[in-house]
Design a protein around this ligand. Structure first.
Ligand SMILES: [Fe+2]
Ligand SMILES: [Fe+2]
Length: 148
């Protein structure tokens, strides 16, 4: 990937964190772990920003991308709390990201809006949020199709 070095420089402090690495314990789609999924989404965000010259705040974009599914549970396990996973996990990710990394409001807003339009009232307010919600959907569709 073009800009690979810059990409890793930006994500390194978060990537190296053991709570982030613990996302490798959870399955996102098919056989893909949440950690792999989040890295793929972050890479696609970085590439889309370069390709479309959207001049995003890369710190915000990549932090939000890496932490957008930082909810830290297995959503396939039957549990009343997990029943509304699609609607609620972004909020859980925001809470965890604030607690563990002290992310700013812009980054929090991008994470909160990544499931839009499912979460109607949490719409993307920044270009970083639009890129994240697009990248997440593209990667999720690909991961869901390829599992078959
Ligand atoms: Fe998500
Ligand atoms: Fe995701």
């Amino acid at each position: 990937m073009k800009g690979e070095q810059e990409f890793w420089e930006i994500i390194k402090p978060i990537w190296d964190d053991e709570r982030v690495q613990s996302m490798s314990k959870y399955i996102q789609h098919g056989k893909v772990t949440t950690l792999t999924h989040s890295l793929r989404v972050a890479k696609l965000c970085y590439q889309l920003d370069r390709f479309f010259h959207t001049h995003c705040d890369k710190q915000v974009l990549l932090q939000a991308a890496l932490l957008h599914d930082f909810y830290l549970y297995d959503w396939h396990q039957k549990d009343d709390d997990h029943r509304w996973h699609g609607f609620h996990h972004a909020e859980v990710a925001v809470k965890n990201a604030k607690t563990h990394f002290g992310i700013d409001e812009k980054t929090a807003s991008c994470i909160a809006a990544h499931m839009w339009p499912l979460t109607l009232r949490k719409w993307p307010r920044y270009k970083e949020a639009w890129i994240l919600t697009l990248a997440d959907k593209l990667i999720s569709i690909k991961e869901t199709i390829l599992r078959k």
